[in-house]
Design a protein. Structure first.
Length: 409
């Protein structure tokens, strides 16, 4: 099982409460590697201000991306080092005037190109090192190389970024501002001091019905990162808040967006008030494992940071109350038996036939009783109507009286 836990002390108003990846339930059952990776680097700006960089990546796990676990690990390593190096040239002490727009432009345009370039170099080096021992890609019977290759031949051995494909999210925390950039199907949530969670960033898929996402292995990865870049300034009188980034396995295991936001609020609250006698790290790991088991079974990763002295309310807002057990998305393969979890149907536009089928299967016993009852009533009514009709047609003349004679006239 691959995971990393980081609990840090408060640095210039920021406190990273958690940074963790957990292998998904379905991946554990099949003996697959965890495709998620996280990394955190604490460093200093040019004038000594403490800064934190958190990176989170999710390997695609598809047979075409048979080295995506390596790709996600290298993406986190390269991103944290590249951004930390950039922060080392900035003056970020409180009270020092900083050009936020200039920093945002660099984070949106220059740094994504650097990250992808350094990531490509890292995975290319890994490719060369693994040429002699790399197993055959999934779904094939031929190894990548049939005999040892010389360095020149290795260079021509069709290196591609595709096998290492992964998403990437980068969270940057400084005394003056905080920012996020990246690409792919990760999510960013902000939880305010009144306990209200708001979704700040998500991937806008051009075809939401297909299971696809932007990837660091694509040629236009830098442009995709620019579109997801956000930077927010911090004022001395700013209200305390928390931010959370998570891989797609978390939100999909929660099902509905409202349940995902409720789960985020409850997570921040629990991290600030760990249960007595239970280590925070163990408690968090169990929470994530439970989410994956009851959800899609995918790997799950989260990173939570708090700005200021955040005190969460003891009673959450009304819209966060109610059942918040994770739900499976339509079409997701359950990682546990139906008896262990009874998810609610989730309504999403464009998928009503799937929801109707799911509802019908879940209530087939009740539907059977209803159909039998309605059928019995229908048969009785039909017999009654048929009996009246027969009486009207087959009445004998002596039984019909005046009405029959009247018709004769």
């Amino acid at each position: 099982m691959t995971h990393q836990d980081v609990i840090s002390e408060s640095l210039a108003g920021w406190q990273v409460l958690a940074c963790i990846s957990r292998t998904g339930a379905s991946h554990r059952q099949r003996g697959h590697h965890c495709q998620d990776n996280v990394a955190q680097v604490l460093s200093r700006s040019r004038d000594g201000a403490p800064v934190t960089v958190v990176a989170m990546a999710d390997g695609h796990g598809h047979p075409r991306h048979f080295l995506s676990d390596v790709g996600s690990k290298q993406a986190c390593r390269v991103a944290t080092l590249t951004v930390s190096e950039w922060l080392g040239d900035l003056r970020l002490q409180e009270g020092v005037r900083t050009d936020l727009e200039h920093c945002r432009q660099q984070l949106a345009r220059e740094l994504p190109r650097r990250i992808q370039r350094h990531w490509t170099s890292a995975i290319q080096q890994h490719w060369r090192q693994q040429q002699r021992t790399m197993p055959a890609p999934a779904g094939t019977t031929q190894p990548l190389t049939s005999q040892p290759l010389e360095p020149e031949a290795m260079d021509s051995q069709a290196f591609s970024r595709l096998p290492y494909g992964c998403t990437l999210a980068v969270l940057v925390l400084t005394p003056q501002w905080w920012a996020v950039t990246g690409l792919g199907d990760w999510d960013l949530v902000r939880v305010s001091s009144d306990g209200v969670a708001r979704l700040l960033s998500e991937e806008r898929s051009p075809n939401p019905e297909r299971e696809s996402t932007a990837s660091l292995c694509q040629a236009d990865a830098a442009q995709a990162m620019a579109a997801r870049t956000q930077m927010t300034g911090l004022e001395p009188d700013s209200e305390p808040f928390a931010v959370m980034i998570s891989t797609d396995g978390v939100r999909k295991s929660c099902g509905a967006t409202t349940d995902y936001l409720s789960w985020a609020t409850e997570l921040v609250t629990s991290l600030q008030r760990p249960s007595a006698g239970a280590p925070m790290r163990s408690d968090l790991s169990q929470r994530l494992d439970r989410l994956s088991s009851r959800g899609t079974g995918d790997d799950v990763s989260i990173a939570v940071a708090v700005q200021g002295s955040l005190v969460m309310p003891t009673r959450q807002p009304d819209h966060l109350h109610g059942k918040t057990e994770p739900q499976r998305l339509p079409g997701s393969k359950p990682s546990i038996t139906p008896q262990e979890s009874e998810p609610r149907p989730i309504l999403q536009p464009g998928l009503w036939p799937l929801h109707w089928l799911q509802w019908t299967l879940n209530h087939r016993r009740s539907l059977g009783v209803l159909i039998v009852s309605l059928g019995s009533i229908s048969i009785l009514l039909s017999l009654r109507v048929l009996g009246i009709w027969c009486n009207d047609i087959f009445l004998l003349p002596e039984q019909s009286g005046e009405s029959c004679r009247g018709r004769d006239r």
